[in-house]
Design a protein around this ligand. Sequence first.
Ligand SMILES: Nc1ncnc2c1ncn2[C@@H]1O[C@H](COP(=O)(O)OP(=O)(O)OP(=O)(O)O)[C@@H](O)[C@H]1O
Ligand SMILES: [Mg+2]
Length: 215
Amino acid sequence: MIILIGGEKGGTGKTTLATNLAAMRAQMDRDVLLVDTDPQGSANYWVQSRDEEKIKPRVACIQKFGQGLSTEVKDLASRYQDIIIDAGGRDSIELRSALVATEKVYIPIQPSQFDIWTLDQMDELVAAAKAFNPELKAKVVISRSSTNPSVQESNETQKLLEDFINLDLANSIIRDRIAYRKAAKDGLAVIETKPKDQKATKEMEMFFQEVFNHE
Ligand SMILES: Nc1ncnc2c1ncn2[C@@H]1O[C@H](COP(=O)(O)OP(=O)(O)OP(=O)(O)O)[C@@H](O)[C@H]1O
Ligand SMILES: [Mg+2]
């Protein structure tokens, strides 16, 4: 499956979600490729830390920039069972290109930064990509939200999304937890840390299920 974690807003947790999904998929003995399209190279850096610490399973990663991304990804899809793309940046060529190649895009947003403009742009980018990729599904996932659970948060987001015909709300919510930052630093997925953060593990497993087992 080809999955894109994307969005125009910075720091929403795109790389965190992409790297966690990649490691979890690799744990299932799948041939996974993580594609890092960000010049900052955070996903690639995470893989390097993972390799330096000799953490198994290995996660393969390539960095890919520019317009050729969608062709490259479609080509790689015959060699890997799963491709997870980390694409960000304001209206980047990579984000547009990845939207054409992917089956599903998950767009993390932080509740504190609800930004209609960002969603508006994403809705338009998804609409444009659908001309070439009619089956594309786009979901907004609440990310880095406060650990004080609030039903209000999802209701508000749901309401906000009613205005965007191409965007739906994911069922999972990822909360702001230190465990994610610690894991990222060591090249780990949150479910691999010892001791395990039970809550982070549970919510990331739910998100994983939603991404790979839904629909
Ligand atoms: N759920 C979370 N809980 C706590 N910290 C998080 C969470 N998600 C991400 N972070 C931290 O927030 C920072 C930004 O996250 P991340 O790099 O995943 O976002 P991004 O959307 O990829 O950012 P960019 O737009 O710069 O690529 C990192 O320090 C990361 O460890
Ligand atoms: Mg990133």
